[in-house]
Design a protein around this ligand. Structure first.
Ligand code: AMP
Ligand code: MN
Ligand code: MN
Ligand code: MN
Length: 279
């Protein structure tokens, strides 16, 4: 069993990179990839744990983009964390996020919620602030009854306190990943588009833009969804990849390796990915 998708406290997970390595070994995983959102920050510590565990530790990243007017996520598996160009690109994303966050503070203040960036930062383990931390801060100051309420009324997509990012494109992310030695994989397609979405055509388009595979196995999929995506990968000649998307205590009930209990990503996926690394 392998797991090619999880998060540490360098993005929105709650475990340290070393802890993930230890948990992976305890779960009997053959391989684990760390794929934090928009940052390579946790990877040096994660890879340094390799001497302590038998599980193979694989570097990765998860980036967001817009495609067909929807938000899609792409994993760059095997990206080199020491790649200077990718590091510069991530630094650019961080600056973009910082400006967006200041914009959200202004909007919320104008809406009569005088929240400060310091309040939000105090609730985040790293300087990479996301709307999850905004939601926690809004609950803490009593401006929202729950995190869900904060998203529904204030900071969810299209709500008055939300400021969107200038989105990246799929082609751009695929190129960034490949230029850093990575294999670009579409994350959780079943969670990015509505039910009944025609994947056949969209996936061919993504393939042409450089996407090598997609998560046919995923922590949150049911058996029908998994069978559909495994079949689609075989029909299109793409790699059926997968992982739990473990976030520690931020996604309760989801375990490394087994997801909600039945996930089991085949070890053979690894060889298929390895073959693509050097193309
Ligand atoms: P950001 O990258 O700062 O725009 O924050 C995106 C994160 O906010 C996502 O990864 C989700 O975890 C969370 N999020 C976005 N929309 C919602 C929503 N409607 N309800 C709950 N969480 C959300
Ligand atoms: Mn996340
Ligand atoms: Mn994702
Ligand atoms: Mn993820």
């Amino acid at each position: 069993m392998i797991d090619l998708h999880c998060h540490s406290l360098f993005s929105d997970g709650t475990d340290a990179p070393e802890t993930l390595a230890t948990l992976a070994e305890a779960a009997g995983l053959v391989a684990l990839a760390l794929t934090d959102h928009d940052t390579l920050g946790g990877l040096p510590r994660f890879l340094a744990s390799q001497s302590q565990v038998k599980t193979r530790l694989i570097p990765g990243i998860e980036l967001s983009c817009r495609f067909l007017a929807m938000e899609f996520h792409v994993l760059g598996l095997f990206v080199d964390p020491a790649d200077a160009r990718l590091q510069d690109r991530m630094e650019g994303l961080r600056k973009r996020r910082e400006e967006r966050n200041l914009g959200m503070i202004d909007r919320l203040c104008a809406l009569g919620v005088p929240i400060t960036l310091q309040e939000v930062a105090a609730l985040a383990p790293t300087p990479l602030l996301s709307r999850v931390h905004f939601a926690k801060a809004l609950v803490q100051r009593g401006a929202a009854g729950s995190r869900q309420d904060a998203f529904a009324r204030l900071i969810g997509d299209g709500r008055p306190g939300h400021v969107p990012f200038q989105p990246l494109s799929i082609g751009e992310i695929a190129r960034w990943s490949r230029e850093a030695g990575g294999v670009p994989i579409l994350a959780h397609p079943g969670r990015s588009a509505p039910r009944g979405f025609c994947w056949e055509e969209a996936m061919r388009d993504l393939q042409q833009q450089g996407i090598a595979g997609f998560e046919a196995y995923y922590g949150d999929y049911g058996p029908t969804e998994q069978a559909y995506f495994v079949g689609l990968a075989h029909r299109l000649g793409m790699v059926p990849c997968g992982g739990s998307d473990y976030h520690g205590a931020n996604k309760p009930g989801l375990a490394l390796g087994t997801g909600r209990g039945t996930l089991n990503v085949p070890d053979t996926t690894l060889a298929a990915l390895e073959a693509l690394r050097w193309e």
